[in-house]
Design a protein around this ligand. Sequence first.
Ligand code: AMP
Length: 478
Amino acid sequence: MSASNTNDKATLAFSSLNLQQDLLKNLSTLGYEEMTPIQAMSLPEMLVGKDVIAQGKTGSGKTAAFGLALLEKLKVKRFRIQSMVLCPTRELADQVAKEIRKLARAVHNIKVLTLCGGTPFGPQIGSLEHGAHIIVGTPGRIEEHVIKGTLKLDDLNLLILDEADRMLEMGFEAALDNIIERTPLERQTLLFSATFPKQIQAISESIMTDPVMVKVSATEDQSNINQHFFHVEDDAHRFAALRLLLLDNPVESTAIFCNTKKETQAVCNALHDDGFSVLALHGDLEQRDRDQTLLRFANKSVAILVATDVAARGLDIDALDLVVNYHIAHDSEVHIHRIGRTGRAGAQGKAISLYSDKEAYKVGLIEDTLEQTIKPELLPSTDVLKNARHQAKMSTIQIDGGKKQKVRPGDILGALTAKSTNAKNTGAEISGKDIGKINVLDIKAYVAVDKKILKLALRKLTNGKMKGRSFKVRHLTV
Ligand code: AMP
């Protein structure tokens, strides 16, 4: 399929698609002016019912691409499970469900149900008994439901595999087989993947019919990312180099990618001991801790996140200032995917990659993919060691109350900005600009506040009332 049509303005308009008016109108209220390349290339094919394999990484607009195809196909009056999206992680499943709900806002009574591991099984059975149109979830848990018979897929006509490469990497192949076996043969199947290893090809051949391949060129959106490569001698030198580079680049949000969980934790610990504001994200951590880490990094109360590729899948941050490859990724496409997290939405991005002689061949592969020559640069001088470790601007306060307690973001904002009635405390007020992201989860809520008002904010939240009662609050330290 040619990519040339994506350059034509007329074909980028959502109105050129055969979509219901309600969906179209909602897109403009969401501010989606025109289709992203992956949407422009895949939607026309998906909307006529074809099986599609698409290269879609986070940030490309892939969720809206399959979300719109899904909603257009759905018969709302038929209250049966008609479509299912399988995702590698709970974070991604939550994001996908959120995006589908956003796209479905204009259509009444669409029920999206998420089924993921790491959450209790019982309530999910209850929700399934109530019925749904769309299921979004992770393969392990969905497999359990189909095997137990609590999830029946007889009416499914659209199956979507999101980030299929990661699902395979995480060992979900058998679970996928078990699930797909229980879906009707007469279905449409869409497969999204950032990379295309041979295994994906094999899977697509066995579960798809005559699929159309949609590939957005890997080099297409790299022009606004400045890549810098540094040669290191060994692992000790690698960490020393990382430290110098971080001190030389004191930015708000940096993601460092490691190839293993063990290394991720080790690098995080070493940076932490050196005074950096840093947290680790990898699969050995409890789901709850992973959620909290992502949230704290996204709300800017942690400056550096050290992560494995798999765990970073749920990272939905508009633009990272800097991406560091502590080791070169196993695969050039993974490299491109990693660095694509900086320089989003037209912003200038920066990526730093460290490599030793052993990894030089991987740099060669990246050169081939990018069609450019890579020259290693000189590391910053040790003068930068005198620099202060860049600290995050914000701090996160955890509140022991969430949706279940009917806490809303407005209540938190209200408690923080309430004028002090005590004459002694006048002048000790918090203005809206010192308050950052507010996340209200099921039984907890989190608010990011500027560090300089942290103590005052803790006092106001402890003494003030929300929903007529007081909640326990605490500062999450890094
Ligand atoms: P995704 O690649 O699916 O993670 O999407 C990245 C972000 O782009 C999400 O926040 C979407 O809401 C947003 N988005 C998706 N499609 C469009 C579009 N056509 N125009 C503007 N924003 C979009």
